[in-house]
Design a protein around this ligand. Structure first.
Ligand code: PLP
Length: 400
């Protein structure tokens, strides 16, 4: 008899995006004459930068020539991409060894797989509202999970509580879904907490490229001693439009050392290397050449143009909410605008109102955790034209 993983029984069905899709298609079918604008998606819409496409095309050609063909590559990524990332991190003041960087097929996989190197005995601290992958991957391992509340009182940036004992802590900054970003001082507090408690911070920096203020850290490693207590997960998805191309990276510093339950000291970098070389066979050469181009001078410039386009969309959305007096968070260092539903509406009531009255689609905050109830997420990833039109509809629809 093969028994299956009991922990899967504890996962809640994820109805959020299925429910949204169902409601939107039912509405579209009943009202074929109405133009629906979707500002709920967490996916980019602009194409890859030209220099990225050129680099991948060149790599494709290399694969068709005997002398430049490549088979299996290093599981942890090619040296040329490590070198590009070492230089990129140096540009915001972080010094990394190239073997502290592991190239992956995206941050979602690494967020999930990193659970492999931690004991199931750990207590996991997760923010609420949250990117659902942190929660579900830990439920799958049967771990003890505790929550920290993101709410208007803390600007959706929960801070450490000395009375709470956590071993592994997930932080996401700039945050999905709330768009809020920790300051350097706030991250210093988290690092101090982690060091004091021998905890490890899993720092998700998937949206670092949206940070516009040099005072907001783009990496947790700008904080002194963070290398002794943090792993950073990052992605090219929102930095360079790689959601369909797939590439990310995880930084596991050599200074990060913790004990097993039996007291044996282990370097987490070595554990992750062992894990990756056993269970992962690397990201395609062609994709890594494209990723290398992202971090070239020209690539950074071209990707910045797409990010600036989304940031202008975010500004248009925020300006609209200012006009109708709706309180919102995020939008500045993030493509996400997290707003308080007007007139005491619940997340789903506001969803129905926007869809049925204004034909605009967003994401109900309640789908990101119980603290998301009464809030709503819009994204800046739509086209300029649709963003402007959606905000005109919202402004007119909410004017008293
Ligand atoms: C906070 C956060 N982390 C990680 C990811 C996953 O990114 P990737 O496309 O690299 O898997 C996302 C994607 O939406 C995200 O919002």
């Amino acid at each position: 008899m093969a028994f299956v993983n009991e922990n899967y029984c504890n996962l809640k069905e994820s109805f959020l995006f299925a429910d949204i899709a169902h409601k939107v298609s039912a509405y579209a079918e009943a009202h074929p004459d109405k133009k629906i604008i979707r500002l709920g998606i967490g996916d980019v819409t602009l194409p890859l930068a030209k220099c990225v496409v050129d680099a991948m095309a060149k790599a494709v050609a290399e694969m068709g020539v005997q002398s430049t063909f490549r088979g299996y590559g290093p599981e942890q990524g090619y040296d040329f991409l490590h070198a590009a990332l070492v230089k990129y991190y140096a540009s915001f003041g972080v010094t990394l060894e190239s073997d502290e960087i592991f190239i992956s097929d995206g941050a979602k996989s690494d967020c999930a797989n990193i659970t492999d190197i931690f004991s199931n005995a750990n207590t996991i601290l997760i923010p609420d509202p949250v990117y659902p992958v942190y929660l579900d991957t830990n439920i799958m391992c049967g771990r003890h999970i505790i929550y920290m509340e993101g709410k208007p009182e803390n600007d959706f940036l929960p801070m450490p509580d000395e009375n709470v004992k956590a071993d592994v802590i997930y932080l996401c900054s700039p945050n999905n879904p709330t768009g809020s970003a920790y300051t350097k001082e706030q991250l210093e507090e988290w690092v101090a907490y982690a060091l004091k408690n021998d905890a490890v911070i899993l720092y998700d920096a998937a949206y670092e490229a949206y940070v516009t203020d040099p005072a907001i850290p783009r990496s947790i490693f700008v904080i002194e001693d963070a290398k002794k207590c943090a792993i950073e997960l990052c992605s090219l998805s929102k930095t360079a439009g790689f959601t369909g191309t797939r590439c990310g990276y995880t930084v596991v510093p050599h200074a990060l050392v913790r004990k097993t339950e039996s007291g044996k000291e282990m370097e987490l970098n070595k554990m992750w290397l062992r894990r990756q070389t056993t269970k992962f066979n690397g990201v395609p050469y062609i994709i890594q050449r494209g990723a290398e181009a992202v971090f070239s001078e020209e690539g950074i410039k071209q990707c910045r143009e797409s990010i600036a386009y989304y940031q202008e969309n975010a500004r248009i959305i925020m300006e609209g909410f200012d006009k109708v007096g709706i309180k919102y968070y995020g939008g500045v260092h993030s493509p996400y605008i997290w707003l308080q539903c007007p007139d005491g509406m619940s997340s789903w009531e506001f969803f129905d109102f926007l869809l049925e009255k204004l034909q605009v689609v967003g994401t109900p905050g309640a789908g990101f955790g119980k603290m998301g109830e009464g809030f709503f997420r819009l994204t800046a990833f739509g086209s300029r034209e649709n963003t402007i039109e959606a905000m005109e509809r919202i402004i007119n629809g909410l004017k008293k």
